[in-house]
Design a protein around this ligand. Structure first.
Ligand code: HEM
Ligand code: SF4
Length: 574
């Protein structure tokens, strides 16, 4: 039988069941391609340990198959019990680390096939889910981080919950495969009938779909990188009076293929808060009906909006809604950064934003013992947490009287909070990449601390420690750490070789351009330095690097697919 494409796999899957159960029951070490595609909807990626590939090949052994399981929770919020349950799973089922993700989820890595059911059950037992954390559905709904309990955030978080519930796939395959009863049987699996999916239909969406909500002036969810970005409009009492809706953002592309490109979301319309979730549903169904299902590299909604035009798209959405809309109010953002350090959360209690390098919650051998520190604080104070889109952690609902106790626990575990780092480091992020990601072309998370140490030396030299400069790195052009709107981004091409992008914005509202097709890892600090020296020399008083770039490169703001694939000189002659 010839290989099925993903649309055919979904079509024949009986509500995303496929042959997941037979594979779980067999002694196969891993899933075949068709089940692997379906497994994503259930929240897991099949991977192999790429560090051990060569050695195992030499020994004629099969790959070391492992799984990543991703938990999703709207706006990254977890109760103390939920956080501690994940911490526990990391030890018993995973690789003793937790990975906070850039969509405010949590990933467990290194799970073996035999541990998949226990992991997913444990996630559900603590009141969360991995259902729809990956796959062609609406993924984790992102929401604004801090302050935690003011009116605008409470309103926005209610909307995040509403959206999350509305777009949950209805098929019962998740419950029947992972949760029902102790015993999995083939007969029961065969009897599982697909359930009607009111929003998704039988074929789900053409591709993944991302929604995020921001409360200005903080663009911590990187709202323009989303398929749908909702920006709260605020009234005099700090309440949300409406949402400005932006559509068609998305960052994945392939090196050298100009038909693939990142795009920022464009203004669609503004509506009343009570209509925002219905507006999302109308938008999702336009993509469901018109998105390109013939080519997965061209299937994201960003291509539909970019190629048919925002006017066409607006008409399509208008035909599916019955509430009034008005023009978007241009939002004013001051940055994508988190509120690191101590802050008042709006109801008399405190929150603490802790910077977590690359979002990896781990006890470092010669650095911060993040996992133990968080466990001690969350268990000791019974405080909830929120994962941020910069993969940092907010601990909240902390009584002011406990502040010193928390500080002492952090100090005891050598964990330093925001202010101790350069401003650049506090927002910098790198995707997971090697050794787990099958798509990685170069290292990212594992080399990022070393890179930032060297960049910090440049900052110290140029007296720029407190300057907001956004640096991101990924191991391939798929863009999981959202590189294409950073001031500086490094996108893996080959081992230790990166494409260098410059000229996004620390507010997340401008795309960068390809500056150098290939930079060696060791040459990155010097490449950044050259631009920062120019900045120090020619900046105007109070100007950020992003604003300096916008003023000195006025053409940079007009995005064209070429800007991601050709260097400036080649663009000029293209
Ligand atoms: C075609 C495009 C993409 C593909 C095929 C892809 C694939 C993957 C894979 C395989 C992983 C797992 C890596 C691991 O944990 O070992 C991953 C992680 C992740 N991806 Fe993507 N990705 C794509 C684009 C994006 C984009 C554009 C975003 C967000 C703007 C994104 C957000 C994430 C997040 C939040 C994670 C979790 C880990 C982290 O925070 O780095 N992905 N992706
Ligand atoms: S950007 Fe590429 S290398 Fe990094 S996690 Fe995403 S798919 Fe993997």
């Amino acid at each position: 039988m010839s290989k099925l494409n993903v649309e055919e796999i979904k079509d024949q899957s009986r509500g995303l069941r496929g042959k997941i159960v037979p594979t779980l029951l067999s002694d196969a070490t891993h899933f075949a391609e068709e089940e692997y595609q379906l497994l994503k909807f259930h929240g897991s990626y099949q991977q192999d340990n790429r560090d051990s590939r060569r050695e195992r090949r030499k020994q004629k052994l099969d790959k070391e198959w492992i799984f990543m399981v991703r938990t999703k929770m709207p706006a990254g919020t977890m109760s103390p019990g939920q956080y501690l349950a994940h911490d526990d799973m990391a030890d018993h089922l995973g690789n003793a680390t937790l990975r906070l993700t850039t969509r405010q989820g949590i990933q467990l890595h290194g799970i073996v096939k035999g541990g998949l059911r226990d992991t997913i059950r444990a996630i559900v037992d603590c009141g969360l889910t991995s259902w729809g954390a990956c796959g062609d559905v609406v993924r984790n709904t992102m929401g604004p981080g801090a302050p935690i309990k003011d009116r605008a955030h409470a309103d926005a978080l209610r909307l995040a919950d509403d959206i999350n519930e509305r777009f949950m796939a209805r098929t019962t395959s998740y419950t029947s495969i992972w949760l029902d009863g102790e015993q999995l049987t083939l007969d029961a699996d065969q009897a599982g009938e697909p359930v009607e999916e009111p929003i998704y239909g039988k074929h789900y969406l053409p591709r993944k779909f991302k929604i995020g909500i921001a409360v200005p002036p903080r663009n911590d969810v990187d709202v323009f990188s989303q398929d749908i970005g909702l920006v709260a409009e605020l009234g005099g009492g700090g309440e949300v009076t409406g949402y400005s809706i932006f559509v068609g953002g998305g960052f994945g592309m392939s090196h050298g293929k100009t038909e693939t490109y990142p795009h920022l979301a464009q203004p669609l319309f503004s509506c009343a808060p009570e209509h925002a979730a219905a507006a999302c549903e109308a938008i999702v169904t336009v993509q469901r009906d018109h998105g390109d299902r013939s080519d997965r590299k061209h299937a994201r909604m960003k291509y539909l909006v970019a190629e048919r035009g925002i006017e066409w798209f607006r008409e399509q959405v208008a035909a599916r809604i019955e509430f009034p809309t008005k023009e978007v109010t241009a939002p004013e953002f001051d940055g994508v950064d988190d509120a690191l350090g101590w802050g008042e959360q709006g109801d008399g209690k405190l929150f603490l934003g802790v910077h977590v390098p690359q979002g990896r919650v781990v006890d470092l051998r010669d650095g911060g013992r993040y996992r133990s520190a968080f466990r001690a604080i969350v268990a000791g104070l019974d405080c909830p947490v929120r994962v941020t889109a910069n993969a940092n952690l907010y601990l909240f609902d902390i009584d002011p009287a406990d502040r010193e106790r928390v500080d002492a626990i952090l100090a005891e575990h050598s964990v330093v909070t925001g202010e101790a780092h350069s401003a650049l480091r506090q927002t910098a992020h790198a995707c997971v990449s090697l050794p787990t990601c099958g798509l990685a072309l170069a290292e990212s998370e594992r080399v990022f601390t070393d890179l930032l140490d060297r960049v910090d030396t440049v900052l110290d030299d140029l007296d720029l420690r407190d300057e907001k400069i956004l640096v991101r790195m990924t191991g391939c052009p798929n863009g999981c750490a959202r590189p294409y709107n950073a001031d500086f981004a490094f996108v893996g091409r080959a081992p230790a070789k990166y494409a260098m992008y410059v000229g996004g914005s620390h507010r997340g509202d401008r795309l960068a351009s390809l500056e150098q097709k290939v930079v060696g890892f060791d040459d990155i600090p010097a490449a950044i330095r050259a631009h920062l020296e120019e900045f120090v020399r020619d900046r105007q008083p109070g100007e950020t690097f992003s604003d300096f770039w916008g003023r000195t490169r006025p053409d940079a703001a007009a995005p064209t697919p070429e800007q991601f694939h050709l260097e400036a000189e080649d663009r000029a002659t293209a």
